[in-house]
Design a protein around this ligand. Structure first.
Ligand code: SAH
Length: 477
């Protein structure tokens, strides 16, 4: 029976989409239903329909999933940040692992791959015993305490309908502010800092920015915390060149224990981009300090830095373990950002070359290398698919180990071809999108590589994202 727009129907949720919506099927037609959890039987109403799939609104949960939990955050449904707050953390981890497994199997062609949890494969058990399986995924690295893990938050400022200054988060896919000063993923100190900023704005009549009219001053507050050092950074993003009575704001913010850097950032553009290019320092050295393992970093308001430091360390440790370094290796770290993985590897390698497209990031990478006295590193600005072939063909530079950590779209073919030509002993692929990882793994398979180890790491609990590390080696000829 065909379902029409606004019609209510009953459906059981059997899967989750990339962005965390529940997926259910009626007569082979696929529905995406936000806030529905795998295992729920729900009543939904049809909203927007395409030929093979549609979107429906969750009206009522008829039978809750055994994995359903009460969302801990009171604004979980309105806020765009978390998609999986109604799903138990244990089940989330399983879901993420399964997602990567399915991609590697279906897109990557790794037919011999097994999930770490053998129980999940029960129906095939008899069949399996006849085969010899060589590739079992290593268990996903989850968090013991999956709350307050983010070291960075950007709070927009605005006014409510009564003209009161508010701050919080944009509701999913919109720019209306959901008031919330205590996101449960962020640092405890955020609340106090936001209170101080709001009070300062009220007392000194500093207006929040209004997108519609492009007037007002305070756009966002960027807050960062060094988890290992306890240092705090506040940077106000403003639609102007100066902050009135800045001294008063600094005086109050300095009372927060750990406050180490206060500044403002100038952004006068009509844009969704949060930060502008210019920083004016008000207090402190212009950066905070933090450690990942033994490597020290200076982080300024404009620096890129991983937002979950606890899991970042574990992810990098896994990459380092897969790299199997003894101290004699020449290593390439492609898509290196500010050189975080490069510096981790440099502790155990003879030489590390990093490649990254953003010049500012490479500047940070070089500075961080110096700060850590890691003279065995060298960084190139440019596209991996241009720098690597150039260095290989012109300068005959070789590689014992190559690490790649590309953006969601994965690696360029030219990059993969060059990697194949360079024939490293080990290739460590760090991925934030398992579909493109799987695509690249398949291609690398055709170029003589095979997957030896795979492990997921949960960097973003309560969201649908998952990071994966894979070790590839060359097949014996
Ligand atoms: N390894 C880093 C950053 C990974 S994010 C870390 O762990 O922190 C991916 C990085 O790839 C981004 O910094 C992005 O700017 C960069 N990038 C994107 N396309 C690229 C390309 N074609 N060549 C080199 N770097 C690229």
């Amino acid at each position: 029976m065909e379902i029409k727009k606004n019609q209510c129907f009953t459906v059981t949720i059997s899967d989750i989409s990339q962005d965390g919506a529940g997926i259910g099927k009626t007569d082979g037609y696929t529905w995406f239903i936000k806030d529905a959890v795998i295992g729920d039987m729900v009543e939904a109403s049809a909203m927007k329909m395409k030929k093979t799939y549609g979107f429906a609104r969750l009206c009522r949960i008829l039978q809750p999933s055994p994995f359903r939990i009460e969302a801990k955050c009171s604004v979980a449904r309105q806020c765009g940040g978390c998609q999986l707050q109604a799903m138990s953390y244990k089940e989330q981890l399983k879901f993420k692992e399964r997602k990567v497994y399915n991609h590697l199997k279906r897109i990557g062609g790794l037919s011999e791959l097994l999930l770490p949890d053998e129980e999940l494969e029960k129906p095939d058990k008899n069949q399996r015993e006849e085969k010899t399986y060589s590739l079992v995924m290593e268990p996903i690295i989850g968090m013991e305490n999956p709350w307050r893990y983010r070291n960075k938050a950007q709070f927009p400022f605005g006014k409510d309908k009564n003209g009161r200054i508010v701050t919080g988060f944009y509701a999913g896919r919109t720019h209306s502010i959901i008031e919330n000063q205590d996101c449960l993923l962020g640092a405890e100190e955020n609340r106090e800092i936001l209170d101080i900023i709001k009070k300062y704005m009220e007392v000194y009549k500093v207006e929040p920015y209004c997108e519609a009219s492009h007037t007002g001053l305070v756009r966002h507050a960027l807050i960062r915390k060094g988890f290992t050092t306890g240092e705090l950074m506040v940077c106000l993003v403003i639609n102007g060149d100066s902050l009135p009575e800045a001294g008063q704001l600094v005086k109050e913010l300095k009372k927060v224990p750990g406050m180490a850097s206060i500044s403002f950032n100038v952004n006068k553009e009509k844009t969704n981009v949060i930060l502008g290019n210019k920083i004016v320092n008000l207090f402190g050295p212009g950066y905070i300090t933090d450690y990942i393992g033994d490597v020290v970093y200076q982080i300024s308001p404009l620096s890129f830095y991983q937002v979950n430091p606890v899991q970042t360390k574990r992810l990098y440790e896994t990459a380092l373990e897969y790299a199997g370094l003894t101290g004699d290796e020449i290593v390439w770290d492609l898509y290196c950002g500010i050189g975080t993985i490069s510096l981790f590897l440099a502790q155990k390698a003879k030489k590390v070359f990093g490649v990254e497209i953003i010049p500012q990031a490479i500047q940070d990478a070089r500075q961080n290398a110096q700060l850590n006295h890691m003279e065995n590193t060298e960084f190139f600005v440019g596209k991996a698919e241009e720098v690597l072939p150039e260095q290989y063909e012109k300068n005959q530079i070789r590689a014992d180990v190559i690490v790649v950590d590309p953006p969601r779209k994965g690696c360029d073919k030219v990059c993969l071809d060059t990697i194949a030509k360079m024939a490293p002993k080990r290739l460590v692929y760090v991925s934030c999108d398992s579909a493109t990882l799987a695509r690249d793994v398949k291609y690398l398979g055709e170029q003589g590589f095979q997957v030896k180890r795979v492990r997921c790491c949960d960097m973003f609990p309560w969201s649908g994202h998952v990071e994966t590390v894979a070790l590839l080696t060359r097949k014996a000829r």
